[in-house]
Write a protein that binds this ligand. Structure first.
Ligand code: AMP
Length: 504
């Protein structure tokens, strides 16, 4: 069996004339066409001197061609390195300098601006790719052969490099191998029962593990198809939903959709599956979704470095607020924060993971890689979690968001869940802020529902008696919205910065 992820995809697609993607404008791209175009792109890359192990960076808008570029990289044996389209030129300079890719593909409109930094960092070819199939890459591809002998790679060769979102500190390049991606795709197709008849509504960005690997690789491995939307937009979702069977989204998709009056059982009963991940889905959103549609959203948990780790079951109870069981072949354990020893069920600790899904390490950061792996091969995720008696894993939050007040550990999620349950509250974030007496003071930032009139005193009164005294917020602040990144994760570091002087 070939280890190349592309060869594995190719061998699984039974009907080459089946549609792989359809755009909102109605353009249909059958598998045959996508594979032929990927061969043309691969020939261009090889002619530019790309060899196995090279990085090919791409900062391009979402388009079918961008996915085809990913396939072309796999075929050449290069590591696809997608960059968030929101990154500024200064930010891009860090990634290009760090990854030193021989090829950088950018939006035609940005070529001039990105040329100087590309030259500075030794990029041999700066190519362009637009959303209408325009740019120098498609131009060169038009004159290239439409077949390509897919490179024979080792299972441990790089298929992609994704920079972690880096909400704090420097962003790190996670090196993902062909076997990391193929093992996870195979597992997810089986676990979530994807088949060639599935049509996925794809509204996620493709520079992130969720939209690129979870969504796209699962579709490719199932020989299924997807409606490929440039971004999440409620009206387009409403229009496209009838022709799909599944939706994968970040929690924000669901919190926005559930506010829509049109959402009901009738227009969702043809759907097979709704999946959520990348950030915590509020238990309340899960329940609201069920009461509106009759569907239980399937929540799963993973990260750039590890691909998917746990999932609620396909058959069986999908527990609101929990992320389910370790996926088949993936080992999960919870360890003590100080001693690192494995701890018993129902106790909060560090989530550690080991399996074929776990990345090879951070690019050119061997110290950082060593620090985040145990000697027996487990990766320390940085997420705090707990496993219940039935084996369901729940995430309590990031370790770095843990609040230590007067020597006590406070897990923000516990307080947030209480606050979110109060009438008139839309959502909340609990953070620790520097405090002379307590070290850190538990502080809640609350977003009210429109027309909500809760006061700080009212929130504190409601929590009193429900939470131990040391867990009670010292202050409750109100804000119009919580800061979030594109994947819907609340940026707690930004909140800590904004309010750092509160107790000074
Ligand atoms: P990323 O590498 O950008 O995919 O971010 C991974 C992080 O997102 C994880 O380490 C978790 O902190 C968080 N995350 C992903 N899925 C979930 C989930 N279902 N519930 C809570 N947090 C999640």
């Amino acid at each position: 069996m070939s280890h190349n992820l592309f060869s594995q995809i190719f061998s699984r697609v039974a009907d080459l004339d089946a549609p792989f993607m359809r755009t909102a404008e109605g353009r249909v791209i059958p598998y045959r066409e996508a594979f032929a175009l990927s061969a043309r792109y691969a020939n261009v890359l090889r002619n530019k001197g790309v060899v196995i192990g090279d990085r090919v960076a791409a900062q391009v808008e979402k388009s079918p061609e961008a996915i085809i570029l990913y396939l072309a990289c796999l075929r050449v044996g290069a590591a696809f390195l997608p960059l968030n389209t929101a990154y500024t030129t200064a930010e891009v300079e860090y990634f290009i300098g760090d990854a030193s890719p021989p090829i950088f593909v950018c939006d035609p409109g940005k070529q001039e601006e990105l040329a100087p930094l590309s030259t500075r960092h030794g990029v041999a070819s700066l190519l362009t790719l637009g959303t209408k199939g325009d740019g120098t890459l498609p131009e060169l591809a038009a004159g290239a052969e439409d077949n390509y002998p897919t490179a024979a790679v080792e299972a441990s060769d790089l298929a992609a490099m994704l920079y972690t979102s880096g909400t704090t500190g420097r962003s790190k390049g996670a090196m993902l191998t062909h076997s990391n991606l193929s093992s996870n795709a195979r597992t997810l197709v089986d676990y979530w029962q994807f088949s060639k008849d599935d049509v996925l509504l794809h509204a996620l960005p493709i520079f992130h593990t969720h939209g690129l690997f979870v969504a796209t690789n699962v579709i490719l491995f199932a020989g299924a198809s997807m409606i490929f939307l440039p971004k999440f937009d409620v009206e387009t979702i409403r229009k496209e939903l009838p022709s799909t069977t599944t939706l994968m989204g970040v929690p924000t998709f669901y919190t926005r959709l559930v506010k829509e009056n049109w959402l009901n059982r009738e227009n969702t009963n043809h759907m097979r599956l709704f999946i959520s991940g990348s950030a915590p889905l509020l238990a309340e959103t899960h329940r609201q979704w069920t009461s509106r549609t009759g569907h239980h959203i399937l929540e799963r948990y993973g990260m750039t470095e590890t691909n998917m780790i746990t999932s609620n079951p396909y058959d069986g109870e999908r527990v609101p607020g929990a992320v389910g069981f370790p996926l088949p072949g993936v080992n999960v354990r919870i360890t003590h924060l100080e001693s690192g020893e494995v701890i018993a069920a129902n106790q909060v600790g560090m989530i550690e993971v080991k399996g074929p899904n776990v990345f090879r390490g951070y690019w050119r950061m061997s110290d950082k890689t060593r620090a985040e792996f145990r000697e027996d091969g487990y990766f320390i995720t940085g997420d705090l979690g707990v496993v219940d008696d039935r084996g369901y894993v729940s995430i309590v939050g990031r370790n770095k968001d843990l609040v230590i007040t007067g020597g006590y550990n406070v897990y923000p999620k516990e307080i947030e869940t209480e606050i979110d349950g109060l009438d008139g509250v839309n959502e909340s974030a609990v953070i620790g802020l520097p405090h002379a007496d307590f070290g850190e003071a538990v502080t809640a930032i609350v977003v009210l529902e429109p027309g909500g009139s809760l006061t700080e005193t009212a929130v504190l009164k409601a929590l009193d008696g429900r939470l131990a005294k040391y867990k009670l917020p010292k202050r409750v602040l109100f804000d119009a919205a919580l800061p979030r990144n594109t994947m819907g994760k609340v940026l707690k570091a930004d909140l800590r910065k904004k309010y750092e002087a509160l107790y000074k």
